[in-house]
Design a protein around this ligand. Sequence first.
Ligand code: SAM
Length: 407
Amino acid sequence: MDPVFNPPLHRQRHQFVLDFVKKNKPKKVVDLGCSDCTLLKKLKFHREIELLAGVDINGATVKKKMRALAPMSTDYLQPTYDQLRVELYQGSVTQRDARLRGFDLVTCIELIEHLTLADVELFSAVVFGYMTPKAVIISTPNSEFNALFPGVTGFRHSDHKFEWTRAEFRSWAMKVCLDHDYEVEFTGVGKASPGQQESIGFCSQIGVFHRLGLRDSCNTALADSGDDVCSYTLLHSINYPTLRDNNTMRRVLVSEVLYWAEKLKNRWMEEMTFGLTESEQCMEEMEEMQTACGGKEMTTEVEQCDEVLDLSESHRCVSIPLAVLWSSCPKVCALSGSLTNLRHILMDNPEIKLNQDGSAVLVQYQEDDRDTEEVDVDLDDSGFAETRRFSHPAEQEDWDAEAAAAL
Ligand code: SAM
């Protein structure tokens, strides 16, 4: 048999972890021996995770590609209510660090075979006795499978200190469970051929440990004993933008308000340009929005539709009532929660200009907005399209009168 796996074995090991995460939805996950953060990069897309940490003894390897763990531009532009903090540490799994206690899941993929057996004992005490996570996934080579690798006589890697048979792994895992009150299931990835699977097992053997929780009182005692050692070096930490953060929420709300104010202004411009029965259209849209927002309170705002857009010529501003913004845009509605809240938030923001009583947003009106607008209206050749290009509000009134007379 040619033990070349498809997908490659390292990907299958990571996929095993990802499947576990999908199913169990842990909030706090730490990858021990995270190397160049490959697994962490995949885990960060599981938005139920709120704290994602990585530890490796080799800080330089961690730093090499850790930038890929930074938020992407969409995380900033369209943050959600999900929250994620990433922390990367340089340190040894044989040492305690209080910041890694109380996690839901510890993963340890192809690490323990790089430790001496004495260090494996320390590792067991640190992970199961001190960190006491709810679940631990440990993968390590199954030495029985090595017979299927042509030319491999010793260990699979020169840095391996041991490679265990299934029985050896089982024996260590059972002792850990007894000592620290966990239970374990054995599985693996990288199957042998059907005839050999039973006698040889998986190429990478995996133990999935679950804390039984009977010794919670003992763990609490440890936590209370002032044992808050921090032996690892924090290499990097970052908080992803989240709408739960007040500043982020305000930033998104303001940009949403600016966007919608501009949009409503443009609608008004069109109305002035085409003389359409915009208020009817507007009413329809508002009614749709009302359903989206589900607010009874909105009825009054909808009724104000006729006075939505008011050109304040002296200030060269279009005035857009907050009530209309609040009811027009479901996101503004959801983020602010109430009209009063919306007003309070916008009042404090230097990017937003409100009218005197704080009931409307003032959007600057550029003379160009109407001067240069060349709108191609696909009417019959009655000459209306030409007539409808105007350069000043006053001309709109003239045109209205002329058009009315012509009709
Ligand atoms: N877990 C990764 C994966 O899934 O591909 C990388 C595994 S790599 C074979 C083993 C990693 O364990 C290396 O990055 C190494 O630096 C790290 N390592 C070795 N001894 C360690 C220790 N005592 N504490 C923390 N990390 C250790």
